[in-house]
Design a binder for this molecule. Structure first.
Ligand SMILES: Nc1nc2c(ncn2[C@@H]2O[C@H](COP(=O)(O)OP(=O)(O)OP(=O)(O)O)[C@@H](O)[C@H]2O)c(=O)[nH]1
Ligand SMILES: [Mg+2]
Length: 228
């Protein structure tokens, strides 16, 4: 098998949508990043694109709308180019918001997951130290109901010792195994750190696979050139 060599050539902010209907048209494949407030969604997007594009904050509630980022990828040796979308979702489980605000954001995210045709997978972030909580499990059930692919990311892996980390990963894996059994779908788990870069390449691989980037197009183009 050939070495995969996709790199981020560019990434830019397209829109911060305050309602589901304000999003750019669903033309490109996209993945979205969801999870508890302050879990590290915006930091993870910055790590994936190698730029500090998204606003991050030590206090929860930094991201409010649906932030649409466009990412251009280049395959270094073959000169192939692909573009896709990343969507940063507002976090849940942040008690300081008003009830009305929480309800309207809940509806925005639910509409997005249920109706967005260009959504290829939801990356759900879980703080490695907290593990899967009730809110997260509700989100898994919602994704399953709408038959959307799920990738679980364990964030802030740099904050725990190697030993603790193995124990925490095993605990989460066990919880997800039960969900896999119940839903009959596989759930991939990737431990990451936006600080050290751990897991970023593994996550990119999963994102490319779900978005069909570099699967058919590489060899397809080569075939085309050979024919022409
Ligand atoms: N040590 C460490 N800190 C991290 C990591 N990822 C995020 N953080 C920190 O966690 C805090 C929250 O990160 P954000 O990326 O803003 O989190 P978010 O999920 O986008 O938060 P909201 O937009 O409020 O929902 C910031 O202080 C980050 O610097 C990580 O991998 N390691
Ligand atoms: Mg954020």
């Amino acid at each position: 098998m050939e070495q995969e060599s996709w790199r981020v050539a560019d990434a830019w902010l397209v829109k911060e949508a305050r309602a589901y209907s304000d999003l750019p048209p669903p033309i490109l494949a996209e993945v979205a990043f969801g999870g508890r407030s302050n879990v590290g969604k915006s930091s993870l997007i910055n790590a994936l694109i190698g730029r500090k594009l998204m606003r991050t904050s030590a206090s929860p509630g930094a991201t409010r709308g649906l932030i649409y980022v466009r990412v251009r990828l280049k395959e270094t040796l073959k000169q192939n180019v692909a573009e896709m979308g990343f969507v940063d979702l507002p976090g849940y489980g942040f008690a300081k918001r008003s009830k009305a605000e929480r309800l309207s954001w809940g509806a925005m995210v639910e509409n997005y997951i249920a109706y967005r045709v260009s959504l290829r997978a939801l990356v759900v972030l879980i703080d490695i130290r907290r593990g899967v909580e009730e809110d997260d499990e509700q989100l898994f059930d919602f994704l399953n109901f709408h038959q959307k692919a799920l990738v679980v990311v364990l964030t802030k892996a740099d904050k725990v010792s190697a030993r603790e980390r193995e124990r925490l990963i095993a605990g989460t894996r066990k919880r997800l195994d039960a969900i896999e059994k119940r839903t009959n779908r596989q759930i991939e788990v990737v431990p990451t750190s936006a600080k050290t870069g751990e897991g970023i390449e593994a996550l990119w691989k999963a994102i490319r696979r779900h978005s069909n980037i570099g699967l058919a197009c590489g060899s397809g183009l080569a075939d085309f050139k050979a024919l022409g």
